[in-house]
Design a protein around this ligand. Structure first.
Ligand code: KDG
Length: 322
């Protein structure tokens, strides 16, 4: 039995070694990335069992991601190789034009994962897990992948598996923001745990006021577990009637990409380990901070002992508080 099963596209990330516009960057570092894959690795690094449903190209980049995920302890038994379509890749431009902000350049149209479909869903595999996790990124990459997300969520819901959804709107992948909002709204009534940031809250609920967001999510979609990320202001969650919050940890930022996945993965793993939401949120914030200190989304994802050392440094020892 797995603790978390995710559905989504892993990508090879080519991260600029130097800052500034990509046209002048000479060296790129290769990393395994992709939102749902990042969440799987986050969960696995904390000692739980995760598995990813996806497709990879039958190419060197696909082999790289497959071996990397397997090496991180992620179950790869539901990864299919596509003989015709390539593994998706993207490039990261860092700190240009805005310091500390990264921008991405995708080469993923027609990728192996964009051919994901409902045929990739093994109902018993999903039902044998405690959480099913996905994001709107997977809904954006193709019609068949969107159908797979809708069906995967529906299976999980029907089989009593907690459905976790990170809104994760990537404007570059949608014809319009309206399309993204409509697609997300279409699945929310089957979601049990919702992660979103302030911009997404504005788009979905017309406000970034946490209390209003929590109220609206419950009233409109019946979601009683909502986590709102507010950047340097920290984060707040409403969890079955209880409101908890955490500060953000300020650290030197090399590349902010991947922070949200570290956050979601560590939050979910903490809940699965039986920790209260008040602890899960602090641990998630810590993990998000740790990940942005290096290039790559997965390398700095913490093990338990790393989280403990990080939090102790801020006077927030996990062990004492547990
Ligand atoms: O959350 C980090 C991801 O966004 C990144 O690794 C790439 O999955 C990705 C995407 O679609 O933007």
């Amino acid at each position: 039995m797995l603790d978390l099963v995710a559905l989504g596209e892993p990508l090879v990330q080519f991260n600029a070694v130097t800052e500034g516009p990509l046209r002048y960057v000479v060296y790129f570092e290769k990393h395994s990335a992709g939102s749902e894959a990042n969440v799987c690795v986050a969960v696995s690094k904390l000692g739980l069992r995760s598995g990813l449903i996806t497709r990879l190209g039958n190419d060197e980049f696909g082999f790289f991601i497959y071996e990397w995920l397997r090496g991180q302890g992620v179950d790869v038994s539901r990864i299919r190789f596509d003989p015709e379509r390539p593994t998706g890749i993207y490039f990261v431009q860092r700190s240009y034009p805005v310091p500390g902000v990264s921008t991405v350049l995708y080469y993923r149209r027609g990728s192996a994962a964009s051919a994901l479909s409902t045929s990739d869903l093994d109902e018993d595999y999903i039902a044998g897990s405690r959480i099913f996790h996905t994001t709107s990124i997977t809904m954006a990459i193709s019609d068949s992948a969107r159908e797979a997300v809708i069906k995967g969520i529906e299976i999980a819901r029907r089989r009593g598996v907690m459905v976790s959804f990170d809104v994760n709107i990537r404007k570059l992948l949608w014809p319009s923001i309206n399309d993204a909002v409509k697609a997300v709204e279409g699945v929310l009534s089957n979601v049990s745990v919702l992660f979103l940031d302030e911009n997404e809250a504005e788009l979905l609920f017309g406000t970034k006021d946490p209390q209003v967001v929590f109220k609206e999510a419950e009233a409109r979609f019946g979601i009683s577990r909502v986590i709102l990320k507010m950047g340097l202001k920290g984060s707040m969650a409403r969890w079955d009637g209880e409101t908890v919050s955490s500060r953000a940890f300020q650290v030197p930022v090399k590349d902010p990409i991947g922070a949200g996945d570290a956050y979601a993965g560590v939050f979910l793993a903490s809940i699965l380990k039986g920790l209260p939401p008040s602890r899960a949120i602090v641990r998630a914030s810590a993990a998000a901070a740790m990940v942005v200190m290096v290039r790559g989304d997965e390398e700095n994802l913490p093990r338990e002992q790393d989280l403990e050392v990080f939090l102790r440094n801020y006077g927030l020892s996990d062990v004492e508080l547990r």
